[in-house]
Design a protein around this ligand. Structure first.
Ligand SMILES: *Cc1c(COP(=O)(O)O)cnc(C)c1O
Length: 394
């Protein structure tokens, strides 16, 4: 080992000693309620595959068919030769699904934030950001060079206070929040945030990554849930969670979308989404538009699982969505809990710092429409067994 990289070794040792080292498990199967993980068949409690679309036969078939016609790669960025008719169709279909005028896709949700935020604000501007916003929002904000002002988590009154104090310091202002917070499963009070934001000549942006396909009518997202159509300027989304594929989207005001065609850096300088991804996403939208059955099932499963977990005595935090944190506090305990679950056939990962604040480690269970009632019962049994063994519940 060369000396100049020895610090990495030391840092990794610190992570290992504190139960914060990422053990990356490997899947030997398609996504679904059950997985082969590191050679073991286990119940899947940690994918973002909310609706089971990642391996849905129609979605898979759509990707295969598109490959036969278009090949696999776009071979260019969208602004040069990478915009295929499929991309145009997906942009249009996403806008229609979300009930907005325009949408533009990026390679991921992360990229959508990195593209959209710096295109809208710069050095002379201010961003008012929920203190628990997702890492990709934080990075997009930093990249923009704008002044970042954090307001207390989901606190519209604090947002109002910060805007009253600071708005005048800036040329433009952007208010930005996660829709569903991915670690706690709580939901931003978007109605209240809108009521505050509209008084300060500020752009309103919401990241609906965990809300699409989950919240609102047939999974149309947080803006639909709060009936704020036409009032939120920019919606960020991902195609990697409920949609089951990969990709990102910025939806909303057509002027914003037009601007991102000109100034969204990952749109201009990184190749377009691949053919099978785009085709698969279109088929996911088809399924969501045909029926609310999968979304209904997701919520039925969520209610069943959470009620039973609470009855067992687990603390599932503030979640009001299928994201079910099982709060354990200590990172080492949480990692141990996850390993014990795996030993009894349940795959649910522990999350610690920096994914969640220090001292707030947890197992995060992700409920899916792909789970049967029997799957959920097996999972509950495993939680009860491990919880008693480790003294988390009595
Ligand atoms: C998951 C997530 C993203 C990133 O989405 P990818 O498509 O996986 O890059 C962005 N924002 C939020 C709030 C997320 O939860």
């Amino acid at each position: 080992m060369t000396d100049k990289l020895k610090w990495i070794h030391d840092e990794i040792k610190v992570l290992q000693d504190n139960g914060l080292y990422n053990q990356i498990r490997t899947l030997g199967s398609a996504q679904g309620a059950w997985l082969i993980v590191d050679g073991e068949r286990v119940l899947n409690f940690c994918s973002n595959n909310y609706l089971g679309l990642a391996n849905h036969p129609r979605v898979v078939q759509a990707a295969k068919k598109a490959i036969d016609k278009y090949g696999v790669g776009p071979a260019a960025v969208r602004t040069i030769a990478g915009t295929m008719s499929l991309h145009v169709e997906l942009d249009r279909r996403l806008a229609a699904f979300k009930g907005v005028e325009s949408a533009i896709t990026f390679q991921s949700g992360f990229m959508a934030n990195l593209g959209a935020i710096p295109a809208l604000v710069g050095k002379e501007d201010g961003i008012f950001s929920d203190e628990l916003n997702h890492a990709s929002i934080i990075d997009g904000c930093r990249l923009s060079g704008a002044k970042i002002i954090r307001y207390a988590h989901t606190d519209a009154e604090d947002l109002n206070k910060q805007l009253a104090q600071r708005r005048a310091d800036f040329r433009r202002a952007l208010v930005i929040t996660d829709g569903v917070f991915s670690m706690d499963g709580d939901v931003a009070p978007l109605d209240k945030i809108y009521e505050v934001t509209k008084n300060y000549d500020a752009i309103l942006m919401v990241d609906d990554a965990h809300g699409e396909g989950v919240l609102g009518k047939g999974g149309r997202g947080i803006v639909d849930k709060f009936n704020l159509h036409g009032k939120v300027d920019v919606e960020i989304g991902t195609l990697s969670k409920a949609f089951g594929v990969v990709g990102g989207v910025v939806a909303g005001n057509p002027l914003v979308v037009e601007w991102l065609h000109q100034r969204g850096r990952p749109f201009l300088f990184s190749s377009a989404m691949t053919v099978p991804d785009v085709a698969a996403c279109i088929e996911s939208i088809n399924l969501l538009e045909e029926s609310t059955q999968l979304v209904d099932k997701l919520w039925e499963n969520t209610d069943y699982f959470k009620t039973a977990m609470k009855r067992l005595g687990f603390d599932t935090g503030k979640s009001v969505t299928p994201i079910t944190p099982v709060m354990l506090g200590d990172a080492a305990l949480s990692q141990k809990f996850s390993r014990e679950l795996f030993n009894v056939g349940v795959f649910a990962m522990s999350l610690g710092y920096p994914t969640v604040p220090r001292g707030k480690a947890r197992i995060r269970v992700m409920i899916s429409a792909a789970h049967t009632r029997d799957d959920l019962d097996k999972g509950l049994e495993a939680f009860a067994e491990v919880g008693r063994k480790l003294g988390v519940i009595s």
